[in-house]
Design a protein. Sequence first.
Length: 224
Amino acid sequence: MAIQLGDNFPNFKANTTIGEIDFHTWLGESWGVLFSHPADYTPVCTTELSRVAQLTPEFAKRNCKTIALSCDSVESHKGWIKDIQSFGNLQSDMEFPYPIIDDEKRELAVKLNMLDQNEIGAHGLPLTCRAVFLIDPNKKLRLSLLYPATTGRNFDEILRTIDSIQLTDKNKVATPADWKHGSYCMVLPTIKDEDIPKLFPDGIEIVNVPSGKKYIRKTDCPKN
């Protein structure tokens, strides 16, 4: 069964490149991004893992841990990491910045509904799609993205969504199309006009539209 936004993200134990982990314990009080891959030693996956390694400081700024999953063994992962480091011009003498889960038996891929039935691997089995799960410190699923095996992810977009979700958790705003941190936000439709002065003391901008309805209300991006 697919996990819905707001559901408790299922806990699991897994063997990884840093040893066996209990996922919820490993996550602790952090946010987490779990992202899956079809297989080791594949071109698109190599670009993705190297990109996430490069972005490790950006995820850390957001109190967010990253963890990858691929349907191969830990031994295979450890060999593949050398290629990932080489491709991304990463330091090879330092510990790889995040763990990679061994899902050789596809148990987690099945449990988390991450199989791409349209992409069949060398062994005649469906490949794992490029799933992204964002989990908050309360272990709730906050974002779910599914890319086909042939399409690499945009991790700058994933960082942008983390910024939006963390901002809107703290403030009564929503973020518009193509929003980036620091640009204007939208006042939530549930906010009553009489509450605007208290919640938005610097004022808001109402955008005039042909319907005459005053539902598009813009405000500066909150600073916290």
